[in-house]
Ligand binder design. Structure first.
Ligand code: HEM
Length: 214
């Protein structure tokens, strides 16, 4: 029996997932040891990454290959704006700036935007994560900070998608329908590993938050 590409991809990158998941910032956040403003530092960084990812998605909507992964229901810009306004108040825009690691991630998203496999790699790493472990993170954050729908953790709420398991199954079948030779499969796997690394570095750069909380 042959393994599907979505399974191969997941298996080949699960160790990279483990490194992302075990970043100290996330464990401190999940343990309820960070203030709301310290939580805000992460969503501020996400905001810049999603401005890039959503912007590239809009440009690729009509692309025959990449366009299969463009779902406006996934766009996170507005939800993150509500979350940032809830955490920091009306003046949130003046408080936030992309970190060095976020600028590197954003540059890479733009750099590979003309390669469907590269776009899909970054798309998969963020959105499938938000739809998976992100849902666990959301429930914890709601318990810790008492956020309700409308601002705080809207970034993790995907009501417009309907059933998340069903959507993830559809997403994986779109990955499986890609016409890829072995070389291109490996190239996408390498880009997903890089995407994990760049996202992990964004979290690692938030270490000053963790240190301040210690
Ligand atoms: C507290 C942190 C995290 C937890 C507890 C967590 C947990 C999980 C779990 C349980 C799954 C499997 C869900 C399923 O099979 O349906 C998953 C999938 C995934 N996560 Fe995470 N995660 C975390 C952080 C992250 C981060 C930081 C990223 C990306 C930078 C990420 C990206 C992904 C991706 C892409 C998948 C889909 C893998 C696949 O099925 O192909 N996760 N996560």
């Amino acid at each position: 029996m042959t393994t599907s590409f979505s399974e191969t991809l997941r298996n080949a990158t699960w160790a990279d997932h483990e490194s992302a998941e075990s970043e100290s910032y996330l464990s401190e956040l999940m343990a309820g040891r960070l203030s709301e403003h310290e939580y805000g530092e992460m969503i501020a960084q996400h905001y810049f990454a999603y401005l890039a990812l959503d912007g590239v998605s809009r440009e690729l909507a009509a692309h025959p290959v990449a366009g299969r992964f463009v779902f406006p229901e996934l766009y996170r810009e507005r939800a993150l704006e509500r979350d940032l306004a809830t955490v920091y108040g009306a003046g949130w825009r003046d408080r936030i700036a992309p970190s060095k690691s976020t600028r590197t991630l954003v540059a890479r998203i733009h750099q590979v935007a003309d390669w469907p496999g590269g776009y899909i790699a970054h798309h998969y790493t963020r959105y499938l994560g938000d739809l998976s472990g992100g849902q666990f993170i959301r429930m914890e954050l709601q318990k810790i900070y008492g956020y309700a729908k409308g601002g705080g953790v809207d970034f993790y709420i995907f009501d417009e998608l309907g059933s998340l398991p069903r959507f993830k199954t559809e997403y994986r079948s779109r990955l499986d329908e890609l016409e890829l030779d072995e070389r291109e499969e490996q190239r996408i796997i390498r880009e997903v590993k890089l995407a994990y690394q760049l996202n992990t570095e964004v979290l690692a750069e938030l270490l000053h938050v963790v240190k301040a909380a210690a």
